[in-house]
Design a protein around this ligand. Structure first.
Ligand code: GDG
Length: 518
């Protein structure tokens, strides 16, 4: 499989730093040997890109905002294989070939058609109305409805069918993404095909008491345990998951080995903190300078200190809290008024759900209030840009930002924090980072805040704005070196190595307990 080779070459370069041909060839050979004959199939609900009709009548392709797309796209581009996802664009199904797929940049996209009445209950209902708030510690109350649960099961089944068709009779490696597909690993396993299945969990796994609210727990956990390997961002999530299984599922949990064995099958559970393509972000920041991509904002900011927020408009990201922190900081520091601007990019997200529309309104109101309190004829403190931008345009803006504000209330990882560090490339800049984002484990040099504590966070923000450039550069350089060594290719290398290890151990155990041949 040539796609694998390309990916492995990139991995080898990442691991070895400067390209060294012998070492590189050896590393490629070692990694190629892991899954020589398996077809790679990545599964997520959201497709990486939609086809749509442009104003001139031609068909265009639009890529999406979102952490999962950001992380998986470079991997698939390098490795080839197939991405299975729900088709949703106006012309998504018109551009498909006879096998329901379309070739994108280096890989195939297989679109699953989920009838509208199923999709709404499965996606807006069960996945994002029940599971998303549940796993983010219920900052919005999760709502469980029996009919939505049934649609969730149906949607998982439709995905399973499509994946099994794609796999055909070939052994395959299936990389399932996220909470939309908790039932999928078992459905695939029950097919009896030769499948290596990894489930990567992009959001937090809270303590088991929180999860007891879910009436469908047993079936969901049983579904997940069809995977050979389950990956989380953080060790804390692994520990919580093992504890949940230990207390809620009839199974043997090994805390030392990080495994769950149920009905004779073992699932390995590990932490693999996800990351980004560091070079892509750095090059983007260099190629598309902020003055060209955001000329109006450039004119507004001039030489002021720029604080930036970039998020999907989601209530877990703590955007209203961020505006309040900024406002409180302005109250405390009159000397900074007129000298700082907060620019908040808010890409609209999940607008079919009431809670998300309410959030957009809340953010607008808080921004308006802050501007009303402090604006002067030539200074508007908060600029809200509530739309979706071309990803490549964002990186120049990141580089211009003096401070990046990430104030999530609970976040699996948070890739914006990593993108900022990549775009800065070791130059002076400050990352203000919520201690409740997975990224906080990797960036202790960031200015870590508790976004629920508005006063404390405002105090910290004032302090960093007045701190020395030397200190801010030193911290940024240290975070940057760590990020370069742990980019998205390092992540996929670790995940695949973990999967290979899980399969080898399962096979060794099978051999061990097989009755001796007479
Ligand atoms: C989940 C977990 C975990 C933002 N605005 C635009 C845009 N973005 C891009 C950013 C970044 C991505 O969206 C957001 O990444 P996050 O990591 O914050 O978040 P989630 O979407 O919540 O993702 C999260 C992630 O999965 C990966 O495992 O880190 O914890 O919740 O890349 O740059 N992109 C474009 N236009 C925008 O306006 N194109």
């Amino acid at each position: 499989m040539s796609g694998w080779k390309t990916l492995l070459k990139i991995l080898a370069k990442t691991v070895n730093g400067a390209p060294n041909d012998d070492a590189l060839e050896q590393r490629v050979a070692d990694l190629s040997a892991k899954f020589p004959d398996r077809k790679l199939i990545v599964v997520s609900n959201r497709e990486p890109a939609q086809h749509f009709v442009k104003e001139d009548g031609s068909v265009g392709l639009r890529f999406f905002a979102g952490g999962l797309t950001t992380a998986m796209e470079p991997v698939l581009r390098a490795a080839g294989g197939t991405w299975v996802a729900a088709g949703q664009g106006d012309t998504d199904f018109e551009v498909l070939d006879a096998e329901h797929g379309v070739e994108l940049d280096g890989y195939r996209l297989r679109r699953v058609s989920i009838p509208e009445h199923i999709y709404d209950d499965y996606y807006n209902g069960y996945a994002n109305g029940a599971l998303w708030p549940l796993f983010h510690n219920a900052y919005s109350e999760p709502v469980f409805r029996a009919h939505e649960w049934h649609r969730y099961e149906e949607a998982n089944r439709l995905f399973a069918q499509a994946i099994l068709e794609e796999a055909g009779d070939q052994p395959a490696l299936i990389l399932v993404n996220d909470y939309h597909f908790m039932l999928l690993p078992k459905m695939l396993r029950d097919s009896g095909k030769d499948l290596a299945i990894a489930l990567f969990w992009h959001i937090p796994w809270p303590g088991r008491r929180v999860l007891r609210a879910c009436p469908n727990q047993a079936a969901l956990y049983d579904g997940m345990l069809g995977a050979d390997l389950i990956g989380f961002h953080a060790t804390e999530h692994v520990v919580n998951f093992l504890d949940t299984m230990d207390r809620s599922v009839e199974s043997l949990v090994s805390i030392d080995q990080h495994t769950v064995t149920r009905s004779g099958r073992t699932t390995f559970v590990r932490a693999y903190p996800i990351s980004i393509d560091v070079d892509e972000v750095r090059e983007g920041a260099e190629r598309a300078p902020f003055e060209e991509t955001f000329p109006d904002l450039h004119e507004t900011i001039r030489d002021r200190i720029l604080l930036l927020g970039v998020d999907r408009l989601d209530y877990t990201k703590g955007i209203p809290h961020r505006v309040e922190i900024f406002r409180t900081m302005l109250e405390r520091h009159p000397e900074l008024r007129g000298r700082v601007i907060l620019a908040q990019i808010g890409a609209p997200s999940r607008f079919q759900i009431d809670k998300y529309r309410q959030l957009a309104e809340e953010v607008e109101n808080k921004v308006a209030l802050t501007n009303q309190m402090f604006a002067t004829p030539d200074w508007t403190p908060v600029q809200l840009l509530a739309s979706h931008y071309d990803r490549r345009k964002l990186f120049g803006l990141y580089r211009r930002a003096d401070v990046m504000l990430v104030t999530s209330l609970h976040d699996g990882m948070n890739l914006v924090a990593k993108e900022y560090v990549a775009a800065k490339s070791g130059e002076c800049g400050t990352l203000v980072l919520s201690q409740f984002a997975g990224a906080a484990d990797e960036f202790p040099e960031a200015c870590l805040v508790n976004p629920f504590d508005i006063d404390g966070s405002a105090w910290m923000l004032g302090k960093v704005l007045l701190s020395s450039p030397e200190e801010r550069t030193r911290n940024m350089q240290s975070m940057h070196s760590r990020l370069v060594a742990h980019d998205v290719y390092h992540w996929i290398d670790h995940l695949l190595t973990g999967l290979k290890d899980a399969l080898d151990r399962t096979e060794a155990e099978r051999q061990r307990i097989r009755p001796p041949e007479s």
